[in-house]
Design a protein around this ligand. Structure first.
Ligand code: PHE
Length: 471
């Protein structure tokens, strides 16, 4: 069959461990270390966790299997994978291609923020002039993000580091970097957790995360908790972004794809819960508010570190550096997913693959985006006030994570749940594997994923435009 002829010239993962580290590296990012704890804070702690876990089992694992297997079967990045299935689905591929491209600008800016904070805490360890120096953490943050030159510089450095790794290729760039960075990240996270849970008064934070309480359903409403947990799940697992399709195409035919589809989401969720354990106890120990939103990572936690005395900058440095590592293993996967489709285009035209050229095209686009979003300074300079959104970051996030992601996931579920339910069977069953979760997978793809994604989509539109459909 022509559609099964595979072309490895874009690259391949060398080992299963490397593939898993790269995929977990993609999944674990700002979504886990930043968004998960603060969204949990806003959505009632344990109630959010519970809904998240339910969706994890019925939507996350199922979609992970679909994407990895779809990529492996077609051997293509997102656009050409959909095109291989049928020309009429090319637009679904474009949704999944455009989405990471839109995310990259603000993702690289936020990655740059983490770099800035690592360096600032490092400065404090050595008492150098470029540290935080006991400044009020709120004022320090505002001064940083509203300084256009600083924001642009750190965004560009982060983008350049990302692009540098991707230029190294799949196995000697992405795989190698992730195989070292991910274990290191895990280790650093454990250190921060130990410090956080041993602070006096930390217990309240732990019980916020783990003790069953559901008042939030009356306050915020369960649909909005569901929409928030659903979009968080997809973002966190790097789903509906073409990433897992692309990484699946670099995966070995011998690997047990069902097992990987379970391991990656479990690892991602463990890290997200660990991030909540690293942050919530510290927030509660210092008597701060868990539900204050995005400022948590840069304002609240910096304040916590400043309060720790001499050891503060050491923990601060370890923490922000680990977030930086998590962000960069995600941004490399985003760049690779966008670039892979450009490389596929060369292959389709019978031309040799040009990794450098494809990656540099992506680099150029995201640098422009990143500069634009940085110049906006989280809304201080009002560069992009459209769709009623406050900041340029919100505009890009609305289009990608808010709209394209749930729409793409909804269509994927309809296509594989209803129209081509057997398409992936031979890929999953190759090498004598049995498709153990077949019935479960079919049921979830047919009924649960489309319904949940439709709810997420409506919930997002409701929230972003303040329509109050559900309240
Ligand atoms: N999953 C990453 C995170 O949690 C972000 C990401 C989203 C990466 C989409 C790739 C694709 O931060």
């Amino acid at each position: 069959m022509a559609e099964q002829t595979l072309d490895n010239s874009k690259g391949q993962f060398k080992s299963r461990f490397g593939f898993l580290m790269a995929s977990i590296g993609s999944a674990v990012g700002l979504g886990n270390l930043w968004a998960f704890p603060y969204k949990m804070g806003k959505n009632g702690g344990f109630a959010f966790l519970l809904i998240y876990l339910l969706m994890f089992a019925t939507v996350g694992v199922v979609m992970m299997l679909t994407e990895l297997s779809f990529g492996r079967k077609t051997g293509k990045g997102v656009i050409y994978a959909w095109r291989t299935l049928s020309n009429k689905y090319t637009f679904v591929g474009f949704l999944g291609w455009l989405s990471p491209l839109l995310i990259l600008g603000f993702y690289c800016m936020l990655g740059g923020y983490c770099l800035k904070y690592s360096i600032a805490n490092l400065g404090d360890i050595f008492g150098a002039g470029w540290g935080v120096h006991g400044a009020d953490s709120g004022k320090f943050f505002t001064a940083f993000y509203s300084s256009q030159s600083q924001s642009v510089i750190f965004t560009i450095i982060f983008t350049a580091l990302t692009v540098g790794i991707v230029l190294g290729g799949v196995s000697s760039g992405i795989e190698k970097f992730s195989s070292i960075a991910m274990p290191a990240l895990f280790f650093m996270l454990v250190i921060v957790i130990i410090r956080s849970v041993t602070l006096p008064g930390a217990g309240a934070g732990l019980s916020f995360v783990f003790k069953p309480k559901f008042e939030v359903f009356e306050g915020v409403g369960w649909i909005s908790v569901l929409a928030s947990a659903g979009s968080q799940l997809f973002f966190s697992l790097s789903l509906a972004m073409g990433i897992m399709i692309t990484f699946g195409s670099y995966m070995s035919k011998e690997d047990d794809v069902q097992q990987s589809a379970v391991i990656i989401p479990i690892a991602d969720t463990i890290i997200a819960v660990m991030a909540a354990m690293a942050t919530m106890p510290a927030v509660f120990a210092k008597g701060l508010e868990p539900g204050q939103g995005p400022g948590m990572l840069f304002v609240t936690l910096q304040y916590v570190f400043a309060e720790m005395g001499k050891a503060g900058p050491v923990f601060g440095f370890i923490f922000y550096f680990l977030v930086f590592i998590a962000a960069i293993t995600s941004s490399i996967s985003l760049v690779e997913a966008v670039g892979a489709s450009l490389m596929d285009h060369d292959i389709a035209k019978g031309r040799p693959v040009k990794r450098v050229k494809s990656t540099m095209i992506v680099a150029l686009i995201i640098t422009i985006e990143g500069i634009l979003i940085s110049l906006d300074g989280l809304g201080t300079h009002g560069i992009l006030h459209i769709f009623g959104q406050g900041t340029a970051l919100d505009v890009f996030d609305l289009l990608s994570e808010g709209l394209m992601m749930p729409l793409g996931a909804f269509l994927t579920a309809v296509i594989f749940g209803w129209i081509h339910p057997d398409y992936l069977d031979d890929d999953i069953e190759q090498g004598g594997q049995t498709f153990k979760m077949k019935k479960y997978w079919h049921f979830c793809m047919k009924w649960i994923v489309p319904i949940i994604m439709a709810l997420v989509l409506v919930g997002q539109i409701d929230g972003f435009f303040g329509l109050h459909i559900f309240s």
